[in-house]
Design a protein around this ligand. Structure first.
Ligand code: 16G
Ligand code: MG
Length: 541
């Protein structure tokens, strides 16, 4: 490798900010866009090294997902579409923070440490979302890749799931799909139309829906796909990113889920389901208003239970014996866990927050459904599972054939708002359910998620998939005492706290049988966190 160009660009164009330290967190680097140009340049370099190490195409997605429009970020995607291996997160952090004059030495050390063949060609697949900073940061990333002799495959402005899809297709010789943006749209639309068929005599399901694109790339992608879905789905788009609406502002999946309220910019039409995606379209949330105008949320837990229940039904009907399981996080509503485990009889596992942890646990099953309550999730089919389903289909089993199309409509590489939405629509139509029917399957326990500011959130450490707190030592016993108190002991109450991986805060989640009790519990646990973990500012009340 030749480092001249890297040295020159580092000295002249991509000088490091003097005072900032960057950390590759759960979703890569994510912060104010103005601070990120040098980081993006260096991540271009890292992606090349990773590509050489893996002898495969590596992905690089420039996005800050549901964060405000002034933020941006970058995630590196491994060859099979997974998040970059955890061991390399530290390498990314080292390169991002190296002093300008030490950058080349840091890269050389990484090459040596990982025993990388420098002659190996490197290809980086690059995508970006619609943020105002996107072009500048994209140029920096590409400059980084080229500075050390890597090649770039441009995806343009795409959703995060499309970038993951493109990486997988590039590495598996096209068997997952055609490695173009059009290939992605066509694969999903074809599978969807095949599953929906034409017509049908639904009395409860209606094909009309409102789509909230968060004023971002999900809106753009839906504009591309909606015409090809029109035979089976009447989509009215809002917050499509073409008007002057601001990205993620009072709309989109994160807003709807966290505020538990109807998205701005979407007409309040009773009984119509609304699909909200986040700023990079890897999360999806459904919601609707009932005839009294009351808001109802159908979140990732609800989608996961719908999908797992449906897959269980198909497997039983197809008489294919495969191990099906669902992975949730501590944030999953207790009612959803009870429903899927108790009523549907599907085993449930709990993973730490963050897609990579859920993904990893889902691999333990032949068919692993994983979802975070925030709407990020997908289904993984093992190679053996696909093989037995395909063999059954080839032998004339029509339910197995349907399962094959279900597999095609799913983006297994990562949670994908549009793919998940299409699968939900398939299931609702097949069950002939209205959105109210879907919502009736179980009743969510009222819950509250709040933030607590502390001087140093790393004083909180957790175990048991973040459901118990280890340090500060006195905190968990205090939470346990609270849960045993007369107020909460018989209220189906549950609460936990965890340090955020993306913001400088501690998150507190509480659920209980009534809204008042859930609110009271979240306040009381917040106060305990504040008192035991060095709260700053006003004590929660
Ligand atoms: C990141 C994660 C998301 C998780 C969220 C939690 C990925 C790609 N994304 O956005 O899955 O729900 O962080 O954020 O893993 P928090 O740690 O701030 O609560
Ligand atoms: Mg996202």
């Amino acid at each position: 490798m030749d480092f001249q160009s890297l040295e020159k660009l580092t000295a002249e164009k991509y000088k490091k900010h003097a005072s900032r330290t960057f950390n590759y967190g759960t979703a890569g680097f994510r912060t104010k866009a103005d601070d990120l140009e040098t980081v993006l340049f260096r991540m271009g370099v890292l992606a090349v090294v990773r590509s050489k190490a893996m002898k495969a195409h590596i992905g690089m997605m420039i996005t800050a997902s549901h964060n405000p429009a002034c933020d941006n970020g970058v995630k590196i995607v491994d060859p099979r579409g997974e998040m970059m291996a955890v061991a390399w997160e530290e390498h990314a952090t080292v390169l991002a923070n190296a002093e300008d004059l030490q950058l080349v030495a840091a890269v050389q050390q990484l090459l040596q440490q990982e025993n990388i063949n420098q002659q190996q060609p490197a290809i980086v697949v690059v995508g970006r979302d619609t943020r105002p900073s996107s072009d500048v940061l994209h140029a920096a990333a590409v400059a980084g890749v080229r500075a050390v002799g890597g090649q770039v495959v441009e995806c343009g402005v795409v959703t995060t799931p499309i970038l993951h899809y493109r990486v997988v297709c590039a590495n598996d010789g096209g068997s997952y799909g055609t490695p173009t943006n059009e290939g992605y749209s066509k694969k999903l639309a074809d599978a969807f139309l095949k599953l929906q068929g034409t017509g049908g005599s639904q009395s409860r399901y209606s094909s009309g829906l409102q789509f909230d694109g968060a004023n971002g790339v999900g809106g753009c992608q839906m504009s591309i796909m909606a015409p090809s879905l029109a035979a089976a789905l009447t989509i009215t788009q809002y917050n499509d990113g073409k008007g002057d609406g601001v990205l993620n502002y009072k709309c989109g999946a994160d807003h709807v889920k966290t505020t538990q309220s109807w998205p701005g910019g979407v007409p309040a039409t009773a009984g119509t389901r609304c699909v909200s995606v986040d700023g990079d379209a890897d999360r999806v949330i459904y919601s609707f208003l009932d005839s009294n105008g009351a808001f109802h949320l159908l979140d990732g837990d609800r989608i996961a239970t719908l999908i797992a229940g449906y897959l269980k039904q198909l497997l039983t009907r197809a008489q294919v014996s495969l191990k099906l399981g669902l992975i949730q996080t501590a944030y999953a509503n207790g009612a959803s866990t009870q429903y899927i485990n108790g009523t549907l009889g599907v085993p449930v596992g709990c993973a730490k927050t963050g897609v990579k942890f859920l993904h990893h646990m889902a691999l333990d099953y032949d068919i692993g459904v994983y979802f975070e309550a925030n709407g990020h999730g997908t289904v993984l089919f093992s190679d053996a599972a696909k093989k037995s389903i395909r063999e059954a289909a080839a032998a004339g089993n029509s339910v197995a054939e349907r399962l094959c199309s279900v597999i095609d409509v799913i983006n297994e590489t990562v949670g994908d708002a549009i793919s998940d939405m299409l699968l939900v629509e398939v299931i609702l139509k097949e069950q002939d359910w209205s959105v109210e029917d879907w919502n009736k399957q179980y009743t969510d326990l009222p819950n509250r998620l709040v933030k607590v500011l502390v001087a140093d959130r790393s004083v909180i450490s957790t175990t048991n998939a973040e459901r118990s707190c280890v340090t500060p030592a006195a905190l968990q016993p205090a939470i346990d005492n609270l849960l045993r108190s007369t107020e909460f002991a018989t209220a189906n109450a549950r609460a936990f706290c965890r340090p955020s991986g993306t913001e400088d805060v501690v998150r507190v989640y509480a659920e209980a049988s009534t809204r008042e009790l859930a609110d009271s519990l979240s306040t009381k646990v917040s106060q305990l966190v504040f008192d035991h973990a060095g709260g700053v500012g006003a004590r929660p009340k």
